[in-house]
Design a binder for this molecule. Structure first.
Ligand code: 5GP
Ligand code: SF4
Ligand code: MG
Length: 465
C-alpha cells in the first residue's frame, strides 16, 4: 500500500491526491483521503479504483477542506483477498475522548488475528476485515491522555510491519516499526510538512525531501514544529530488500540511493554471475527494465525492446484471482515480432513468483520465432511467502518452493534460467561485503526463509518455518 500525509498548507487534500497518484503503483484497488479543518471538522472520501478517477475532480476536492490531510492507496495482501469491501478501505477513523483520529497503514500486522480475537472478547466492535483496524481499537483501550501516546501504546502491542501516517485535528503523525520494514519519508512543502511512502510522491507536489523517518521513530508534527520520539525498544533495522527490486518506483530514493541505479546495478551483477552469449537483452517491462539496461551495459549485448507493454494496464499481481492474472499477461504484454525473429534473446525480469508470467512470455517469444530464450531474474528465487505487506501466494504456489533452478528451467521451457544470488543482490543495494548472515542488513525472508518477526498468526494456522 501507499500512504501520504500533509500538514500546514491550504487545501491539503489536493496535495494528498497528487501524492497518492504518484504512489499508485503501491496499490490500485482503492483509495481514501481524510482531512480536517476547524469549520467543517473531519471529512473523508473512500472509493474503489484509481486516484485519477476518484480524487481529481473539483467537487471531490472541495468536499475535503482543511490544512491537514492523510490518504491511502490499497492493495490487499494475504488475509483480505478478493472480497475487499468499501469498509476495508483506509484511512480508518476513530472518535476518542480527546477527539478524532484517522490512520493509514502500510505493512501487515502478523499478530492481527490474535489481537482481533482478544479485542472482540473485550467488547470491541470491528467495522472491517482489515488487520489495520486493530490499531484503532488498541488506541481506544489505552489510558493515555494524548492521541500520539495512545498510538505508542497500541503499536507496542502490534507485531510485524507497519509504516503509519495518522492525523488529529491539530497533528500529523508518522511512525515506522522498529525494524523499518516498510518505507516512510519526510518532506517540507512551503510552510508545511509532508509524509510519504516514497520520495517520488514528494517530487510531484514540489516538496523538498528532508530525510527518512527512522526505524522505530514516531514524528509528531504540530503548529509548533516537528517532534521526534522513539517509543519502541531499539532493534537493528531490516528494511524490505524487495522494495529495491520491485515494489518502489525507480525514481525514488531509498537510503540515499536511487532505486533505478540499484536495479541497474542488479543487472550488472547478474551479467557477471550469469553471463550468456546472445543477440539481444530485452526487459520484461516495466519491472525488469533497469536491470536489463545494467545487464546489457555489463555484457556488451545490445539492449532492445522485445516486449511492448500496453500502458493502460496495471500491475498483473494486483489482480486477485488466478484466472484474471493469467489473462493479464496477454492483455498487458506483446512481443515485438520483427525484432525477435531468429534472435537469441536474454529476457530480464524482476522476479519469478508463480511462474505464470514467465511461462506466457516464453510462449509468446517462441511463437514470434526467437531462436533461443534465456531468463535472467533480478532477485533470488522467491521460495517463501511475505507476511509483511507484499502479496505473495501460499508456499505451495511459489515455483521456487518446490523446484530447483533446473526444474524451474524445464518447467518454464526456456533454454537457460539464472537468478541473482542473495549476496549479489546485497552488493547491488550497496552492501559491499554482501549479506551479513549473522545479522542480515535487510529483510529477505521471501528469499531466505529467515523471518525477522515470527509470523505468529500464520504459525498458529500451521505454517512451518
Ligand atoms: P509470476 O507470474 O511468476 O507469478 O510473477 C512474476 C511477475 O509478476 C514479475 O514480473 C513481478 O513483477 C510480478 N509479480 C507477480 N506476482 C507477484 C506477487 O505476488 N508479488 C510480487 N511481488 N510480484 C509479483
Ligand atoms: Fe520484503 Fe520479502 Fe521481507 Fe516481504 S519477505 S518484507 S517482500 S523482503
Ligand atoms: Mg513484472
Amino acid at each position: 500500500c501507499g500512504i501520504f500525509g500533509v500538514f500546514g498548507v491550504t487545501d491539503a487534500a489536493s496535495f494528498v491526491a497528487l501524492g497518492l497518484h504518484a504512489l499508485q503503483h503501491r496499490g490500485q484497488e482503492a483509495g481514501g483521503i481524510v482531512c480536517h479543518d476547524p469549520e467543517h471538522g473531519f471529512n473523508s472520501t473512500r472509493r474503489f479504483g484509481l486516484v485519477r478517477d476518484n480524487f481529481t475532480s473539483q467537487s471531490v476536492i472541495d468536499g475535503l477542506p482543511g490544512p491537514i490531510s492523510i490518504g491511502h492507496v490499497r492493495y490487499s495482501t494475504a488475509g483480505s483477498k478478493g472480497a475487499t469491501q468499501i469498509r476495508d478501505v483506509q484511512p480508518f477513523f476513530g472518535e476518542f475522548a480527546m477527539g478524532g483520529a484517522a490512520i493509514a497503514h502500510n505493512g501487515n500486522i502478523t499478530n492481527a488475528d490474535a489481537l482481533r480475537r482478544e479485542l472482540i472478547e473485550r467488547g470491541s466492535i470491528f467495522q472491517s476485515n482489515s488487520d489495520s483496524e486493530c490499531i484503532i481499537h488498541l488506541m481506544a483501550r489505552s489510558l493515555q491522555k494524548g492521541i500520539p501516546e495512545r498510538m505508542e501504546d497500541a503499536l507496542r502491542r502490534v507485531e510485524g510491519a507497519f509504516s503509519v501516517v495518522a492525523m488529529t485535528d491539530t497533528q500529523l503523525i508518522g511512525v515506522r516499526d522498529p525494524l523499518g520494514v516498510r518505507p516512510l519519508v519526510l518532506g517540507k512543502v512551503a510552510d508545511g510538512w509532508a509524509l510519504s511512502s516514497e520520495t517520488c510522491a514528494l517530487d510531484i507536489i514540489g516538496a523538498e525531501f528532508v530525510r527518512e523517518i527512522e526505524p522505530g521513530e514516531m514524528v509528531v508534527i504540530t503548529e509548533k514544529g516537528l517532534e521526534s520520539r522513539f517509543p519502541f525498544r531499539r532493534k537493528s533495522p531490516r528494511f524490505c530488500i524487495f522494495e529495491h527490486v520491485y515494489f518502489s518506483r525507480p525514481d525514488s530514493l531509498i537510503g540515499g540511493r536511487s532505486v533505478y541505479e540499484t536495479r541497474r546495478q542488479i543487472g550488472v551483477e547478474l551479467a557477471r554471475e550469469a553471463p550468456m552469449d546472445a543477440d539481444l537483452v530485452c526487459p520484461v517491462p516495466d519491472s525488469g527494465t533497469p536491470a536489463a539496461i545494467g545487464y546489457s551495459q555489463e555484457s556488451g549485448i545490445p539492449y532492445a525492446m522485445g516486449i511492448i507493454r500496453n500502458q493502460y494496464m496495471g500491475r498483473t499481481f494486483i489482480e486477485p484471482t488466478e484466472q484474471i492474472r493469467n489473462m493479464g499477461v496477454r492483455l498487458k504484454l506483446n512481443v515485438n515480432r520483427a525484432l525477435i525473429q531468429g534472435k537469441r534473446v536474454i529476457l530480464v525480469d524482476d522476479s519469478v513468483v508463480r511462474g505464470t508470467t514467465s511461462r506466457k512470455i516464453k510462449e509468446m517469444i517462441l511463437d514470434a520465432g526467437a531462436a533461443e530464450v534465456h531468463f535472467r531474474i533480478a532477485s533470488p528465487p522467491t521460495a517463501w511467502p511475505c507476511f509483511y505487506g507484499v502479496d505473495t501466494p501460499n508456499r505451495e504456489k511459489l515455483l521456487a518452493a518446490t523446484m530447483s533452478e533446473d526444474e524451474m528451467r524445464d518447467h518454464l521451457g526456456v533454454d537457460s534460467l539464472k537468478f541473482i544470488s542473495l549476496d549479489g543482490l546485497y552488493r547491488a543495494v550497496g552492501a559491499v561485503e554482501g549479506r551479513n548472515d549473522k545479522c542480515p542488513q535487510y529483510c529477505d525472508a521471501c528469499f531466505s526463509g529467515e523471518y525477522p518477526v515470527a509470523p505468529s498468526d500464520m504459525i498458529e494456522k500451521g505454517f512451518e518455518l
